[in-house]
Design a binder for this molecule. Structure first.
Ligand SMILES: [Zn+2]
Length: 89
C-alpha cells in the first residue's frame, strides 16, 4: 500500500538543477542538470573536446600542461644553479 505522500515525482523534482542564469532576465535556469555537470545541455553541458593532440587547436604540444610543467621545473633548477654559482663565486 502506497502512502499518500509517496509521490515518485518528488525524486525527479529533487534532481540537481542547472546553476546558470538567464542572460535576459537574470532568473535561474532551473532545468535539471546533465549528470556529472552543474549545468543543463543548453548551458553547455556535454560540450567541448577532450584535451590532447586530437583537440582542434592543438599545434605542436609545446604548450601542453606536461611541457609547461617540465619547463617550469628546468627553469627552477637553472635558477637554483645560478644562485649557487653566485654564492660560491
Ligand atoms: Zn540551464
Amino acid at each position: 500500500m502506497q502512502k499518500a505522500d509517496d509521490n515518485p515525482m518528488d525524486r525527479a523534482n529533487a534532481a540537481p538543477r542547472c546553476t546558470a542564469h538567464s542572460k535576459r532576465t537574470g532568473e535561474p535556469c532551473r532545468v535539471p542538470a546533465v549528470t556529472g555537470w552543474n549545468v543543463c545541455h543548453f548551458h553547455g553541458a556535454g560540450g567541448g573536446h577532450p584535451a590532447g593532440p586530437s583537440h582542434p587547436t592543438w599545434k605542436h604540444g609545446m604548450r601542453s600542461r606536461e611541457w609547461v610543467e617540465s619547463r617550469k621545473l628546468v627553469n627552477e633548477l637553472a635558477r637554483k644553479a645560478r644562485e649557487t654559482e653566485a654564492l660560491i663565486g
